[in-house]
Design a binder for this molecule. Sequence first.
Ligand SMILES: Nc1ncnc2c1ncn2[C@@H]1O[C@H](COP(=O)(O)OP(=O)(O)OP(=O)(O)O)[C@@H](O)[C@H]1O
Ligand SMILES: [Mg+2]
Length: 720
Amino acid sequence: MRVREVCEKWGIPGVAEVLEREGILSLYPPQEEAIGRGVMEGKNLVLAVPTAGGKTLVAELCMLRSILVEGGKALYIVPLRALASEKYEEFKERYGPLGVKVGISTGDFDTADLRLAKYDLLVATSEKVDSLLRHRAKWLADVVSVVVLDEVHLINDPGRGPTLEVLTARLRQVNPKVQVLALSATVRNAEELAEWLGAELVRSDWRPVPLKRGVFWDGKIIFEDGEKRKIGEGEALSILTLDTLREGGQVLIFVNTRKSAQTVASSLSEKVVMLLGEEEREKLRQVAKRVEGALGEPTRTCKLLAECVRRGVAFHHAGLHADQRKEVEDAFRGNLLKVVCATPTLAAGMNLPARRVVVRDYRRYSEDFGSTLIPVLEIQQMMGRAGRPKYDRYGEAVLIAKSEGEVEVLMEEYVKGEPERLVSKLGTEPALRTHVLACVASGYASTVGDVLGFMEGTFFSHQFEVKTMKGVVERVLDFLEEEGMVRKEGERLLATPFGELVSRLYIDPLSGVLMREGLEGISKGEPTTLGLLHLICRTPDMERLYLGRGEEMEFENLVEERWKEFLVPVPEDPEDFEFFLAEVKTARMLESWVEEVHEERIHEEFGVGAGDIRRMVETASWLLHAAHELARLLKVKKALRPLRKLEERVKYGVKEELLELVQLSGIGRVRARNLWKAGYKRLEDIKRATVEQLASVPTIGPETAKSIKRQVEGREWSGI
Ligand SMILES: Nc1ncnc2c1ncn2[C@@H]1O[C@H](COP(=O)(O)OP(=O)(O)OP(=O)(O)O)[C@@H](O)[C@H]1O
Ligand SMILES: [Mg+2]
């Protein structure tokens, strides 16, 4: 079926032309099947189709029909921010010119954000939508007509899954007429998902470019259909890579640690560089320059990445700065970079196809469970990255066997094996504590029966007996009552001001309890930076650094020296003490950040990359904001100013004296310090300086000098 026919049949103006310009002329078979099942007539749908199967287009057509024909609004929910930006940019570029107002919302959980109501198509993360529902953003219930759940298989993830199913149940409760489209990888129990959502199911193994999957051993790839192909002698990764590059393809390699990604990239780059032409080298030099300069002060990792990029190879992992990851993705899509070595984080939903995907590792190490097998679903998502529509006739995905005996196992388990069943993770106390409080605090439930009634709409209740849920909900309510977040008046449940605030701040109730305990412990004098940072590092909302063997001593000494600064007593129990040390280590990392320690040193001392720092900084400033609001409610006045100041300092990674300068756009911690050293300490000083004077300050240069001049002169400046 042609795209044009679909658009004409449902009277969607302008869309066929846009899609045709992009080379999208006719529907893929699963897309056609989705339309045949009534998705354009408003039926709910679960679309379980492999990677790159074109799931988004079905959602696009549905959303656009609703927006352009019926004046409805669409909400496109994704699990990750990077994916939100990718989708937002794509939708805006395609449909903005048709008058569709496309918006994005990912951060800032503390508001109802009325501005969002003006968009026709809003791309948002699941956490953002959940927080909007807590603020009872009315437009969500009144005008949203289509909800898309992208990458819905993440319902299986213990961290993100519960939020996803709760928000789905809530959206359907407040807006029973809403159409739900769930886009999923191929999973074992897609039927179950469809039953839960009262949806039609389209399930298919179809791919736009055929995928050949196999296992590499002893110089050959053995494919699932029995075909064998000789590649050659030598180290597996390098011969598999060069083989594809020589034929003009690109290679994506998955390994299980960041360190491996870096070493593999670095060692391959020495060989890949030989295959590059002069023009490519020049373009790669420009990309390299940008990735090296992304932080303002290049760390060793930045330099290594730049060095690899110059040779046509990159590594990609969560330790990189978001700008660096984007540079790498763009250069790979543009066929400039020939090889990317990534950790599995890249596998989720980003559109980065390669002719050959090589999966080297199928085990990974986690702190809690030691070395574990990577789930089939994840490995198959990685393999699914192979095959670039438009460029390749087929894609190839290869697992590397480390012994002859493994060939069979990998083939049966991962290549031919069926992915795991999705299982709801909502039934745990940490997940329910948050969502039960939200139910009561946002006024969605005023009795235990209401809470349970709501929970009936979740995937959990669809999979398990209500009895199981009832037990946990009651335990959680007892906890919330004991901690003064919920009050019972006969049958009625009421949220206390403390409970309401905790829910509105979008923090775990346990975080609220721990923060309250710390804040109430403030006695004499103002709390210190370390004390406040440690307070937020204790909460379950903060990710904690791992305390390595041999590090105990260093942090024990620190605790001994600075014990007065902590807002809670140092625990005596050895196990608790070990946790405490990990919290202290995390707090120390943030303290170094706000003391303007060079990123390279933070990296060396704490083992965190630029991307980790940015991620933790973001969480920390949100938690400091939350602590500030709690201190206000609890009337802990002494903590208010220090918390406010620290939140700003953490955001920028600066000492207090630089807070004025970093408000300028384009000025981060490094440039601000350089300006300060050159005698420009306040905005007033910048006003008085000439562009030439400013441009001569290290790392500033003429462009930035002009921009900050413009800002202080008020043309782009609205004041602090
Ligand atoms: N009918 C079509 N004809 C041509 N190209 C198409 C068609 N449908 C989708 N595409 C293109 O295919 C690519 C992959 O589509 P999409 O991102 O929707 O995959 P997906 O199913 O969401 O995969 P993933 O599981 O990786 O998220 C996109 O670049 C899209 O523009
Ligand atoms: Mg997708």
